[in-house]
Design a protein. Structure first.
Length: 697
């Protein structure tokens, strides 16, 4: 087929190495970067111990550094396949080093601060490498003699029909958009295969297998492209920043989708497969058009959709059944809409890929990634002057505006110039999307938690073991995300009921895991979760299914008061072998000076949950012994299990070197504490409380 002949639909859909290898390279590098961005949440949380200013400066320094690293890699060099190979190899080594440090830490070696530094440096390196790879893929030209591939000359035999200049610039944007979107969805699928607990934080074989597979694929593709040169490539690569912020937080975050829509996690995971298929079809189809089409449709859908997801869904009360499914469908559609918007944003006449221009794009991309993510999270400690739910909407606007402007300009571009860049084919996109879909469907099996109980065991009448724990959204002091230790602690405690606070379901600051689902599945327990700060952060109750199903589950919204965070409680009735016990998990406002707010929150809780019959109230009250909050609880007929059956001097927070006793477990006069212990566990920043009780009617 000559260069002037149009490609048949069948040949357009056939996978081509010239399409597939660059797309896989961009997708695997993106998958690594998405995981690194998620990992920066727990790492930056470590800086919170030194104050908000420290964490803000640390975040800005980390995410501004990609430009510096681009200069170190590519200064005064032409962007060739060899330079890209060097960059990707550096990222592979850094990612494997972080995995090795995690394994050493799990083995007891004190390398937490080393991983902290190397981890943040890897985040900066990852974003810099992503910009380099995106620039290279957008302008990748023919092979040089060093790595000659007779079929790789994109203007020679076998190439698609020469499109207009508009088609050429669309092709550049489409390549990048297709690769990074499928890469973000690949990261989501891989995370769900691991139960949403990322390989980054694991020291087991599964973590190493996933890490080696993804980095190995990236390195192999970079090696295959080492002989390729780069023609002038896509401009405006800084838009990768807001794109990453949106995908990491919501669009490629099944835990977010499940908790925000109020559906079970497997359905959100299946949505990843659907989103991959839609992206693989939409971006190549739109990119192959001789004109860019409407520059408004996808950007408008993206902005309006993000606004609906974050502004129309209340922070504490989720959508109904129909609304939840509609919201999930919207989130699935937003991934291809974001991909199309990104493609349009990169639709501008190309410029030479100079190292200085790429360095600037890398730093701006880094900053526009972290500012939306961290800005949204900072609201829960330092309230913003505007609703923080506007932050992701602003990120969507930052991506949409360049797309509309570039799209409008492209519509008036002359259409007679010959093509120098291939338009990505459906075949390569389909192969990559199929891999993502298969992994996502495998992940659904790792996200399923049964909701019914098939059998109920016999227990001594009235006896119950209760564990209470503030999980600090999964982050330990190392910092690490040690969900395996949390599972071990729960299992070894023998608890029938576990009251939990600060449970994360997709919170970036906690690494993005769906802790409620992961802990329930890993322990074989059932779970009920209620939102607090937002629908990704709240309180939960785990219970042994052999105790039967919980009854009369109720969520209690607590007064906001002095803030800065919404708080809640969850109550349910568990059957203690014939004796119903009302169990409540509660988390009151933090900050020492917020006693009036905490008193109002307790008053509201007792108004909705008066102490009647056997009652257990447990949680993080953020109040010390002798404070007015404790006196108020006791006035309602509850007594502290630690004071009557444990060591009153045992402290609970912080876990590594406890200095405060702010976690409590109370029982009514029909509850007897037979034993009570504060467990020496450091997987969170609080120590868990374990009690054995006997309840009577």
């Amino acid at each position: 087929m000559s260069a002037a002949q149009p490609a048949s639909p069948r040949s357009a859909a056939r996978p081509d190495r010239r399409d597939l290898v660059p797309l896989v390279l961009l997708a695997t590098v993106t998958a690594v970067v998405v995981e690194l961005v998620r990992s920066s949440g727990p790492l930056l949380d470590h800086a919170f111990t030194a104050g908000v200013v420290t964490v803000a400066l640390t975040a800005l320094a980390t995410y501004a550094a990609p430009g510096v690293l681009v200069v170190m890699i590519a200064a005064r060099l032409e962007l060739t396949g060899k330079v890209v190979l060097l960059a990707v190899a550096s990222l592979v080594v850094a990612r494997l080093a972080v995995q090795g440090l995690g394994t050493a830490i799990a083995a007891g070696v004190d390398l937490g601060l080393v991983r902290y530094g190397v981890g943040l440096a890897s985040v900066a390196l990852g974003i810099g490498v992503l910009v380099l790879v995106a620039a290279f893929v957008s302008g990748a030209g023919r092979e040089t003699a060093a790595g000659a591939d007779p079929g790789a000359d994109e203007t020679g035999p076998g190439a698609d029909a020469a499109p207009s200049r508009t088609g050429v610039v669309l092709a550049r944007g489409s390549r990048v958009a297709l690769g990074v979107t499928l890469g973000a969805l690949l990261a989501a699928a891989l995370s769900t295969v691991l139960g949403t607990w990322d390989a980054y934080w694991r020291a087991d074989v599964a973590g190493w297998v996933v890490t080696v597979a993804v980095t190995g694929a990236a390195g192999t593709c970079a090696w295959l492209l080492r002989g390729r040169t780069a023609l002038p490539g896509a401009r405006g690569l800084w838009v990768l920043g807001p794109f990453l912020a949106l995908t990491v937080q919501a669009l490629a975050n099944p835990a977010f989708a499940a908790s925000q829509a109020g559906v079970a996690l497997p359905f959100a995971v299946a949505g990843v497969a659907v989103a991959a298929a839609l992206t693989a079809w939409l971006v190549p189809w739109a990119g192959r058009a001789s004109r860019p089409g409407s520059p408004w449709a996808a950007p408008a859908l993206l902005v309006v959709g993000v606004a609906v997801v974050f502004l129309a869904v209340p922070r504490t009360d989720g959508p109904g059944t129909v609304g939840g499914w509609a919201l999930l469908v919207l989130l699935v559609l937003l991934a291809p809409a974001a991909a199309r918007t990104l493609a349009l944003a990169l639709t501008r006449p190309a410029r030479p890929l100079t190292w200085l221009r790429l360095a600037g794009a890398a730093s701006v991309a880094g900053l526009t990634t972290v500012v939306p993510l961290l800005g949204y999270q900072l609201e829960y400690d330092v309230p913003l002057p505007v609703p923080h739910t506007l932050v992701p909407v602003a990120a969507a606007v930052a991506l949409a505006v360049p797309a509309v402007v570039a799209g409008l300009r492209a519509r008036g571009t002359p259409e007679a110039a010959p093509a120098t860049t291939r338009i990505p084919g459906l075949g390569a996109a389909a192969v990559l999307a199929a891999v993502v879909a298969v992994l996502a469907l495998v992940g659904t099996s790792q996200a399923h938690v049964p909701t019914t109980t098939s059998a109920v065991a016999d227990y001594p009448v009235g006896e119950l073991r209760v564990l209470d724990w503030n999980l600090h959204y999964g982050v330990s002091a190392d910092p690490s995300v040690r969900l395996d230790e949390m599972v071990t602690t729960i299992e070894e405690s023998g608890a029938d009921v576990v009251t939990l606070q600060e449970v994360s379901r997709g919170w970036v600051l906690g690494g993005g895991a769906d802790m409620a689902t992961y802990l329930a599945r890993a322990t074989g327990m059932r779970v009920v979760f209620v939102p607090a700060a937002d629908r990704q952060f709240g309180n939960a109750i785990l219970w042994d299914p052999l105790r039967g199903d919980l009854a009369d589950v109720a969520r209690h919204a607590l007064p906001y008061g002095a803030g800065p965070q919404e708080r809640s409680a969850v109550s349910a009735t568990v059957d203690a072998a014939g004796v119903p016990v009302r169990v409540t998990s509660v988390h009151l406002q933090h900050r020492e000076e917020s006693t009036p707010t905490r008193l109002d929150q307790l008053a509201a809780l007792f108004a909705e949950e008066p102490v009647e019959g056997a009652t257990v109230l447990a949680g993080d009250l953020n109040a010390e012994p002798g404070w007015d909050e404790i006196a108020l609880v006791e006035e309602h007929g509850l007594e502290s299990g630690q004071d009557v059956a444990g060591d009153p001097d045992a402290l609970t927070s912080p876990a590594v070197a406890p200095a405060h006793r702010i976690d409590w477990m109370f029982g009514s006069d029909t509850v007897t504490f037979r034993s009570f212990a504060v467990l020496d566990v450091t997987a969170s920043d609080h120590r868990p409380l374990l009690a054995e009780i006997r309840a009577r009617d």
